[in-house]
Design a protein around this ligand. Structure first.
Ligand SMILES: CC(=O)SCCNC(=O)CCNC(=O)[C@H](O)C(C)(C)COP(=O)(O)OP(=O)(O)OC[C@H]1O[C@@H](n2cnc3c(N)ncnc32)[C@H](O)[C@@H]1OP(=O)(O)O
Length: 424
């Protein structure tokens, strides 16, 4: 068996696409969008891409931000994956390039022969050559990607609220106004909102080209989730400062009828946040609101008279991060406190000096480490989504200097939990 790993040529684009899970109709972990809401009536869609879709995808493939790799076994295309060039926002606000691993699949008859291992090696080498010191992905299964250095770094919640349980702690008079708009207006508003959000939100990712273009055509999804409604909020000067996309799917199942499903939600300030949720949580003829992909530190809970009214129905990891260059990664972000710690990462010792504006990370061979960890724990800690003390108590971080883990947590601590509303 000869295995060759290389980028695909234009002529191979359709063969490449057909090994990918989303194009060849094999089960997907998260069918989009309806299974997010756990509707019993909805089965995972398992449709093969049509020839027309494959033609269209193949024509889109040669984009410079899409960097595909394929695995050929004895000349047959048997597996593929790709890196997309994106940017991620770090604590302190720097937006740095990240290699986003996506569209990974090996034909079932060629699995467990090391194709993904070889694909991943090629893709991570490519990232390093381009100077990307971070790689990221969202994982189909939790057991696959740790071996390559990836670790869960951001998390998201799905929650639901019964309309009758909602009352807000404080009265609110909106200084701006809400407006239902068509998809073409929403397609203008969303990119502008997202740019402002990702300038300040740790872990937010730049959108792939075309991310918002589908909003304008208003196409109905084939899975019965109903049309998307677009709600925007304008501030007192008329400038958009928040938006939501929601659906009101019909269901024959009384348990799922009357459900308002929030597909996307962004607000730049408290007024927009309060006004948008105020309308969505009290929408006539609905019984319940369900929102997926929400930040783990959703402020809404604390705005309700009864904080239990907001029920978490799911927590999941979202972005998995792989630190490809420890020194550059640790110097690229800012920290919440001034300190100096010696970290041993996979046997290599680094001295990290932090303050609120900048950091220095220097090789420290021979110095006694304060804590020892691997690149996996560092990936989870890097954006502040997991605390070092959790890993210490799980037996995965060794603390050599008493108190060093608490100091590490103090320097890494973010203002808000890292969150990426946009994936890739
Ligand atoms: C980022 C994304 O794109 S997520 C989407 C990922 N794609 C899918 O889940 C689609 C269905 N699955 C597949 O196509 C394949 O099983 C893949 C791509 C996940 C793995 O491809 P393979 O070529 O079989 O993986 P490969 O043989 O290189 O395995 C490497 C290692 O991962 C392990 N591994 C591979 N797949 C899995 C899995 N699903 N669960 C647990 N371990 C796995 C192998 O046992 C092997 O372990 P080792 O390092 O101890 O030897």
């Amino acid at each position: 068996m000869t295995i060759e790993i290389r980028p695909v040529t234009h002529a191979e684009a359709k063969d490449y696409l057909q090994v990918l899970p989303w194009a060849n109709g094999l089960p997907q972990e998260e069918p989009e969008p309806s299974a997010w809401y756990a509707g019993r009536a909805v089965n995972p869609p398992q449709r093969k891409a049509t020839p027309e879709q494959l033609d269209r995808y193949a024509a889109e493939l040669p984009a410079d931000w899409f960097r595909p790799q394929a695995a050929f076994v004895d000349g047959k295309l048997a597996g593929g994956s790709a890196i997309v060039s994106v940017q991620i926002t770090l604590p302190g606000g720097r937006q740095v390039p990240m290699g986003g691993v996506t569209s990974t699949g090996v034909l079932p008859t060629y699995r467990r022969r090391g194709l993904l291992r070889k694909l991943m090696a090629a893709m991570l080498d490519d990232c390093r050559e381009r100077g990307e010191f971070l790689a990221g992905l969202s994982a189909s299964e939790g057991t696959i990607y740790g071996r390559y250095g990836f670790a869960p770094a951001t998390f998201q919640h799905r929650w639901e609220v019964r309309r009758t349980d909602v009352s807000f702690q404080t009265a609110f008079t909106d200084p701006g106004q809400l407006e239902l708009v068509d998809g073409a207006v929403a397609a203008d508003v969303w990119p502008m909102l997202h740019e402002q959000v990702r300038a300040v939100r740790v872990a937010e990712v730049s959108p792939l080209p075309g991310r918002w273009s589908g909003l304008a055509d208003g196409a109905l999804p084939a899975d019965g989730t109903g049309p998307a409604f677009h709600l925007i909020h304008r501030d007192a000067m008329g400038a958009p400062d928040g938006a939501a996309i929601f659906r009101l799917p019909w269901s024959p199942d009384p348990d799922h009828a009357g459900e308002l499903q929030v597909e996307a939600f962004e607000a730049l300030n408290h007024d927009a946040y309060r006004a948008l949720w105020g309308l969505l949580l009290d929408f006539d003829l609905t019984k319940r609101v369900v929102a997926a992909r929400r930040p783990v530190d959703e402020p809404l809970r604390w705005m309700l008279t009864n904080p239990r009214a907001l029920k978490l129905t799911r927590t999941r990891d979202n972005l998995w991060l792989n630190i490809l260059d420890v020194q550059r990664a640790l110097e690229a972000r800012t920290y919440a406190a001034t300190d100096a710690l010696v970290l041993e990462v996979d046997g290599i010792t680094w001295r990290l000096e932090t303050d609120k504006n900048e950091a220095a990370c220097t090789a420290a061979p021979g110095q006694r480490a304060d804590v020892s960890l691997t690149v996996n724990e560092l990936g989870s800690l890097y954006l502040g989504g997991v605390r070092a003390s959790e890993f210490r108590d799980a037996g995965r971080i060794a603390e050599h200097t008493p108190g060093a883990v608490s100091r590490l947590d103090a320097v890494l601590r973010p203002d808000r939990a890292p969150h990426n509303a946009v994936g890739f």
